[in-house]
Write a protein that binds this ligand. Sequence first.
Ligand code: CP3
Length: 350
Amino acid sequence: MEEARQTMGMGIKPLLRVLSGQREAVPPIWMMRQAGRYLPEYRAVRERAGGFLDLCFNPELAAEVTLQPIKRFDFDAAILFSDILVMPLALGRAVTFHAGEGPRLEPLADAAAIDALLPAIDPSVVGPVYETVRRVRVALDPQKTLIGFCGAPWTVATYMVAGHGTPDQAPARLFAYRDPDNFQRLIDRLVAGSIEYLVGQLKAGADCIQIFDTWAGVLPPMEFERWCIRPTRAIIDGVRAQVPGAKVIGFPRGAGSKLPDYVVQTAVNGVGIDWTVELDFARDCAQNLVAVQGNVDPLALLAGGAALDREVDAVMAALSGGPFIFNLGHGILPPTPIAHVEQMLRRVRG
Ligand code: CP3
């Protein structure tokens, strides 16, 4: 019965229809970092949980904050509340978050540290994440999409090598230039771990996944091919070998003119575009191939008013004629007023 409805296209969630290449009259909408500090209800739960990682590993509270933006804004998708730096933890590295400081990891400096990574992801780390997915699945309206995610190997490696966020990702880039064989081994471990992690999320009830490559934009073309495109393709092939037809959104932030190559060579179903991408280029060189997702400037959302209306209208005019998921060009900023999110939603949904 369910299968018959799906074949008729009625039971399929709008966001998944878009990832199959169809256009929706009103695009499905969600926001990167939609569960976060701009929401008072998030700050309240975060306070109760203790540290940020305590919240990530508490399935009851993580499910609650995952659902908060759906309850408040009726978004079309929930994204699992977790973090891309769960992966280094699951491979046996130390990761901590201190308020106002960002993440701190034990820097990964040499081949010996790569050898010491766990051979498979630690079930005691990823188990609570899968439990969060199961809880959200049960509570979420069946017409809404649940998005699982991981960080792309390159972006996760930039944090593992440096031990913290960096403005230019120089430590990982230098490692890759000086010792490409060992850097490749690190990337391969992240690929294997990410396949297992994403398959676990899909089996727990995620409808599709997003791969965040936040720092893809710093790589020159040959390095982009090797450290962004190839590992992403390997993850997608590995996931689809276990979950046939799994739907994947890639977010290679800063890829710019390399977006068409990324789309074709990774076999993503949708591509997230950041706010620096020209809209005509997004339409003619990416949306002609797959669904696109984006790309309102988070600062325009923070500004609100006429600037936000202009930005929303331009994005809609350029991209709503094809398979399109409305989103920001990167995560929502903590000081963003809730009224601006409501203004954006009214403008998109009419
Ligand atoms: O999108 C969502 O709402 C889902 C949850 C999510 C978080 N982080 C929660 C989070 C997702 C998908 C991420 C991804 C993530 N994490 C990325 C890739 C996407 C991007 O935004 O670029 C990266 C690079 C990270 C690593 C990370 N996590 C950093 C550098 C920081 C500190 C900076 C900051 O914003 O505080 C985090 C912390 C983090 N991850 C917070 C949240 C809600 C804030 C922590 C808090 O509540 O104190």
